[in-house]
Design a protein around this ligand. Structure first.
Ligand SMILES: Cc1cc2nc3c(=O)[nH]c(=O)nc-3n(C[C@H](O)[C@H](O)[C@H](O)COP(=O)(O)O)c2cc1C
Length: 320
């Protein structure tokens, strides 16, 4: 029973723990290995979500790329990555050594490119990828990015295209990652559900600006960057709450929600579960506390035991 308390399911994927890495914050194989406690961290994870992979390599944005804010960070990485081919040949085999399901976060500039990228990854991975998380919500690239995330028709086309390129007979979880840079998050959520997404994840970063007062200019070349960390937690919770409360497929867990945004302690993770998340991703907190997953898992485990409950029972419980 003790072990099973932490279990959760997202679509057909059963996870031993509700704790996942948030894309872009734990890198891929090499970055994970550079943490001294990589094996201990991996042992606490339900799945590893990679940084954003694109069809061809991307240099990312010019520096500076990150600045601290009072309760978080602003980043403008611009999806720097080595592209799908090198991800498959170099990172995926190393990531699989941790024995944790791998979910690949994917980004593209056009609807067709998302579909092509999904096809490439899922035909070249020797069955090693458990899920794709479609990033329709990156605020740090000039084309595509967040503009897809606020256009329900574009979301439908992207999800449909990705699903069409899942090889027949493969069970791959398709997650759509939503942007908070919108008034009503249930609109893109419903579009993704209509196109057959298996799960939703939310939130990506919020648009924000920093000004360099010495240069009297914006700090980032692209002006707006993405805000993450403790400052965004109430926003993420609100969006999870709204989707769970207003979308029947979320409430009955046919389309589960993965909560993201500012989760830094086990108490934050519990709040997200109670608001309606079936699992959570942790990002910026890892930059501050390298042991965050180990401590979070212990805290969640103790809470579940003290309340004699499970992650599954807790999901959405605050809605009554
Ligand atoms: C440095 C950095 C890089 C990120 N890169 C990606 C990415 O490649 N793809 C993506 O979908 N989200 C990316 N994100 C967003 C995170 O996955 C997450 O949605 C966001 O940071 C909120 O969670 P947090 O407050 O726990 O960090 C990135 C965030 C940060 C801070």
């Amino acid at each position: 029973m003790e072990e099973r308390r932490l279990e959760t399911t997202i679509g057909k994927l059963r996870l031993r723990s509700p704790l996942l890495t948030a894309s872009g914050t734990a890198g891929s194989a090499d970055e994970l290995a550079s943490f001294s406690n990589a094996a201990a961290t991996a042992a606490t994870l339900g799945a590893f979500v990679t940084k954003g992979v694109t069809l061809v390599p991307r240099q990312g944005n010019p520096e500076p790329r990150v600045i601290e804010t009072r309760a978080g960070i602003l980043n403008s990485i611009g999806l720097q990555n080595k592209g799908a081919d090198r991800f498959l040949s170099e990172d995926l085999p190393k990531l699989r050594q941790y024995g944790v399901p791998v979910i690949v976060n994917i980004s593209a500039n056009t609807v067709e490119e998302y579909a092509a990228l999904a096809g490439k990854l899922l035909t070249g991975d020797a069955g090693q990828i458990s899920g794709l998380e479609i990033n329709v919500s990156c605020p740090n690239i000039k084309e595509g990015g967040v503009s897809f995330g606020i256009d329900p028709r574009a979301i439908e086309k992207i999800v449909t295209g990705v699903k069409a390129n899942v090889p027949r007979g493969r069970q791959v979880l398709i997650i759509t990652k939503l942007t908070p840079n919108i008034t009503d998050i249930t609109v893109p959520a419903k579009a993704a559900i209509a196109a057959g997404t298996d799960a939703l994840s939310m939130i990506n970063t919020l648009r924000g600006v920093a000004i360099d007062i010495r240069a009297q200019k914006p700090y980032f070349a692209n002006v707006a960057a993405g805000l993450s960390g403790p400052a965004v937690k109430p926003v993420g919770l609100c969006m999870v709450w709204d989707c769970f409360a207003k979308i029947p497929e979320c409430r009955n867990r046919q389309v589960p929600i993965i909560g993201i945004g500012g989760i830094s302690t086990w108490q934050d993770a519990i709040e997200y579960l109670l608001a309606g998340a079936a699992a959570v991703q942790v990002g910026t907190a890892w930059f501050v506390y390298p042991n965050v997953f180990v401590e979070m898992e212990q805290g969640v485990r103790k809470y579940l035991a003290a309340k004699n409950t499970t992650v599954v029972e807790l999901t959405g419980k605050a809605h009554g």
